[in-house]
Design a protein around this ligand. Structure first.
Ligand code: ZN
Length: 298
C-alpha cells in the first residue's frame, strides 16, 4: 500500500497541476468589476446595454452590474451609483445631469485611479460639466460649439490637427460600413490588431469638439464626403487620463448591429480591461475583420 501511494502521488499531483493550469488559462485572477450606467439616451439603450454587458462577460474577465437612472424629467437626486466599488465604469448614458453628489463621486472615483469607458452617444451628454468633457476629450451635440474646444482630426500625414473655427460639434452622414485605421499599433489595446479593418454598419461621428487635453488617438476613420462625412480622418478610438484614472473612448456602437462586430467587441473588451488595469490580456480572435471584410459577431 505504501509503495502504491508513493507511486500514485506524482499522478495525483499531475492531475492537480493539470486542473490548475486549465483553470488558470482563462481565469488566473479575480474577475474585474464593471458597472454600466444607462437609463437615458436618445439611442436604444434597453437593447444595447444587455449587449454591452454580454460582450464584457463573454471575455471571461468581467462581472457586470448595471445602474439605471430615473427616466428624463424624474427626480435624479436618489441616483447615486457606488462607482468606487468597480474597476471600470462604462457609460451608455446620454441624458440629464446627475446630482452634484453623484458627479462629485464620479470625479473622485476617476481622479483616484478608476477606469471609464465612454461608448458612442455617451459623448453627447453633459456639455456643461467641465470635468466630464476633460474625461471624454471630445464630444458632440448638446449645444457644443467653439466654446467647447477645437475639432480634432488627423491630417494625411497622420499628424493631429486642431480646428478652432466657429461652429457646432458633432455630425454624421448616413450609416455605413467603414474602415478603421490603427494609429498606435504599440498601445496595449491595439497591439496585434491589423493596420486597417472594416467595421459593421455604424454612424461615423465627425467634427467632435472638446478640450482634448492629453488626447491619445488609437484609431481613426476617414469620414468620406461620399457618405456625407467631413473629409477628415476622425478619431474613433481614444485614450485619456483624468488624474490617476484611465479613460477609453470609443465613438463606435450606434445600434445592436454596430455592436455585433468582432472589431467593436474586441476593442471594447480590451479598452475596458485597459481602463480597469492599465494592461490588456484579452486576446484578439481569429475572426477579427480584415481591411475589406467586416466580421459580424453573434
Ligand atoms: Zn448614434
Amino acid at each position: 500500500m505504501k509503495q502504491l501511494a508513493l507511486h500514485g502521488l506524482p499522478i495525483v499531483m499531475a492531475f492537480i497541476l493539470m486542473a490548475f493550469t486549465q483553470s488558470s488559462a482563462g481565469e488566473d485572477q479575480p474577475k474585474l468589476k464593471a458597472l454600466i450606467v444607462d437609463g437615458q439616451n436618445n439611442h436604444d439603450w434597453k437593447k444595447t446595454t444587455p449587449l454591452l454587458k454580454k460582450v464584457l462577460e463573454s471575455s471571461g474577465r468581467f462581472t457586470v452590474d448595471v445602474a439605471t437612472s430615473p427616466s428624463a424629467g424624474k427626480d435624479m437626486s436618489g441616483f447615486r451609483p457606488k462607482f468606487s466599488a468597480y474597476n471600470v465604469v462604462v457609460s451608455n448614458y446620454n441624458g440629464e445631469r446627475w446630482s452634484k453628489e453623484s458627479e462629485h463621486d464620479f470625479e473622485m472615483y476617476l481622479s483616484g485611479g478608476g477606469g471609464f469607458v465612454s461608448v458612442h452617444a455617451a459623448n453627447n451628454s453633459f456639455p456643461d460639466w467641465p470635468a466630464f468633457n476633460r474625461m471624454i476629450g471630445l464630444g458632440g451635440w448638446g449645444g457644443r460649439s467653439e466654446k467647447s474646444g477645437p475639432r480634432v482630426f488627423l491630417n494625411e500625414q497622420g499628424a493631429i490637427e486642431r480646428d478652432d473655427s466657429p461652429g457646432p460639434a458633432g455630425h454624421h452622414g448616413p450609416q455605413h460600413e467603414f474602415q478603421l485605421r490603427t494609429r498606435d499599433a504599440e498601445h496595449p489595446i491595439m497591439r496585434g490588431l491589423p493596420p486597417l479593418w472594416k467595421h459593421t454598419k455604424d454612424e461615423l461621428y465627425d467634427s467632435l469638439r472638446g478640450p482634448a487635453e492629453g488626447l491619445h488617438v488609437l484609431a481613426t476613420a476617414y469620414a468620406d464626403p461620399a457618405h456625407g462625412g467631413s473629409g477628415r480622418h476622425e478619431p474613433m478610438l481614444m485614450t485619456l487620463e483624468y488624474g490617476r484614472g484611465r479613460i477609453f473612448h470609443t465613438v463606435l456602437g450606434h445600434a445592436d448591429y454596430s455592436i455585433h462586430c468582432v472589431g467593436f467587441v474586441t476593442t471594447f473588451q480590451r479598452g475596458a480591461e485597459w481602463a480597469a488595469t492599465g494592461k490588456v490580456k484579452i486576446p484578439i480572435p481569429k475572426d477579427f475583420p480584415s481591411a475589406e471584410h467586416a466580421s459580424p459577431s453573434n
